[in-house]
Design a protein around this ligand. Sequence first.
Ligand SMILES: *Cc1c(COP(=O)(O)O)cnc(C)c1O
Length: 242
Amino acid sequence: MLIENASAIFKRISHAAMRAGRSPDEVKLIAVTKTVGIETIKEAIDAGLRIFGENRVQEAQKKISDLKFEITPPIPPLEKGGMKGGVEWHLIGHLQKNKAKYAVQLFDLIHTVDSIELAEELNKQAEKIGKIQSILVQVKLSEEETKHGVSEDELILLLEEIKKLKNLKLEGLMTMPPFFDNPEEARPYFRRLRKIRDNAKEKGFMLPELSMGMSGDFEVAIEEGATMVRIGTALFGERENK
Ligand SMILES: *Cc1c(COP(=O)(O)O)cnc(C)c1O
């Protein structure tokens, strides 16, 4: 049951935060709804979830517009968490430049900016609609060919370029370690991202948000400083391969 899953996850988030001497309020749960239908998303809203992560622009577009008609009046904000009175949508999957225009219309936060070209295009499209687009930069910390993200070596250059773009608001970093059966093996990647963030701070880049941790390893990620965990399977069950 979704409501039980959600409350179990909220509890595990709290415990992980407290183990690390952090406040549970510092960690946002992003419910990853790729392949999940809108009936279930409505249940998720009833269960107290407010931030949804999608990895494909087109899939998100359909769900967001379907839901708009179904949820009136707007959902009340939770007591904690400071949500804007509705739900937030985050893009957590790779973004192609030619979809930047739609991405800025749909998403409150884009987690996956990994090139100057993409940042410039997002800036241009955000400017067109008079929006300041919040973004994270995705950092690639493993050698896997299939993973997107900017390398550690190129990060500072990218951050410098983003700083010049007036319609982007850089909030932090995101990473996706390789999949391990044992979450402890992901810990060095999470610790690394935090280190990189701290080093960037010394160079003048304030990057408060760290988006890291998924169903199998979010507690470890929180212990290492995650402020956003992206959880699909542990909330909604196994996805069918699409
Ligand atoms: C699918 C996905 C998740 C959620 O993964 P689970 O293991 O189902 O929790 C998190 N982040 C990204 C980028 C994803 O694509």
